[in-house]
Design a protein around this ligand. Structure first.
Ligand SMILES: C[S@@+](CC[C@H](N)C(=O)[O-])C[C@H]1O[C@@H](n2cnc3c(N)ncnc32)[C@H](O)[C@@H]1O
Length: 329
């Protein structure tokens, strides 16, 4: 086992199951973002050599398909243990072993938030069937007394419109994500590296600066790089020494917070309906939306922020209109 601490974050060259048990306390992690080995047959992955039942491929350690179910149950149980209540997990999976992953998730206390589809370019070319060009992203949360972090307007303001019409915020939050894989000719990289854009999106919505992010399968350290780039803290594991050494060099070269300047800032927008006369239809839409948000467990303050964005009205105007019907839950 090797532990390296860089920029205050910990990187372990170790099996993640034993590593979590040894180093990560219960309920201590805010968010897990990970992409476990696929468990696809070794012969389709151009096996170089065999060691401890694991196939080592250019610094990528695979898990034999026959062991995948047990392997998934064991690491996902650890993931559930280390997450704090209301913490979340994003798990990227292909479809081949998806049933094992879903089974393992169901054996924990974690609950599904969304089953996302990531659609990418350069799918696996086929002539006799459809081209495979998506991954599953399982977004789960650990139940708790508080609220899961979901930064609703962290990328697009609720009033921002797309050039052809429609809400940019709504589009960004649809459950099919069109994000291209990165094409980096002549650069050393883990061939399964997740795109920065994908990771930025998950981390922006589901974590805040200073939160602790964990990736049990670091591979090319993409999650770690984005986490530190967005000023989060990080802890992670990688079993392959070759991948670990390459990843550590990348982390040493970055500056924490460096991505914060590059990410898009949501636009707040003017209150489009301020001063306009209220129609009865608008009033009943406000009542209905407010009740819905409160029924979802949202605080009054957060509910008013959303109403203000959606209806283009100021907080006081909204409060006045809600007081009109009597009690405001
Ligand atoms: C699909 S890759 C992760 C790629 C990564 N998300 C990225 O963007 O670069 C899975 C990684 O898990 C590593 N791995 C396999 N078994 C492991 C284990 N038991 N503990 C820690 N890492 C493991 C593999 O060597 C591989 O690098």
């Amino acid at each position: 086992m090797t532990e390296i601490v860089i920029h205050g974050s910990s990187f372990y060259n170790e099996d993640c199951i034993a590593g979590c048990q040894a180093h990560i306390p219960d309920a201590s992690v805010d968010l897990i973002v990970t992409d476990p080995p696929y468990g696809i047959k070794g012969d389709t992955l151009h096996k170089h050599y065999n060691r401890n039942e694991a196939f080592v491929i250019d610094g990528y350690i695979e898990v034999p398909a026959t062991a995948y179910g047990d392997f998934s149950r064991r690491w996902i149980a650890e993931a559930a243990r280390i997450l704090r209540p209301n913490g979340a997990l994003y798990l990227v999976s292909g479809y081949t072993q998806l049933y094992h992953i879903l089974d393992a998730l169901r054996a924990t206390e974690l609950v599904e938030v969304n089953h996302l589809i990531w659609k990418y370019n350069f799918g696996v070319f086929t002539r006799t069937k459809y081209v495979s060009s998506h991954y599953h992203i399982l977004y789960y949360e650990k139940p708790g007394p508080g609220k899961r972090t979901f930064n609703l307007a962290c990328r697009y303001g609720l009033q921002e419109s797309a050039p052809g019409g429609g809400s940019l915020n709504y589009r960004d939050r649809e459950d099919v994500w069109l994000i291209n894989r990165e094409y980096k000719p002549a650069q050393v990289k883990n061939k399964n590296a997740l795109p920065t854009e994908l990771l930025v999106k998950m981390l922006q919505y589901s974590s805040c600066e200073g939160d602790l992010i964990c990736d049990p399968f670091m591979g090319g350290f993409s999650t770690a790089r984005v986490a530190l780039g967005l000023n989060r803290r990080f802890v992670g594991f990688e079993l392959s020494s070759a991948a670990f050494e390459q990843g550590v060099a990348l982390i040493q070269a970055l500056t924490p917070g460096e991505l914060l300047e590059q990410v898009r800032q949501p636009q707040k927008g003017r209150l489009s309906h301020q001063g306009h006369t209220w129609s009865e239809t608008e009033i009943s839409a406000v009542y209905q939306r407010y009740d819905g948000l409160r029924a979802e467990g949202m605080t009054k303050k957060a509910a008013f922020e959303i109403l203000s964005e959606e209806f283009g009205r100021g907080r006081w105007a909204l409060e006045r209109i809600l007081k009109r019907r009597g009690s405001t839950p």
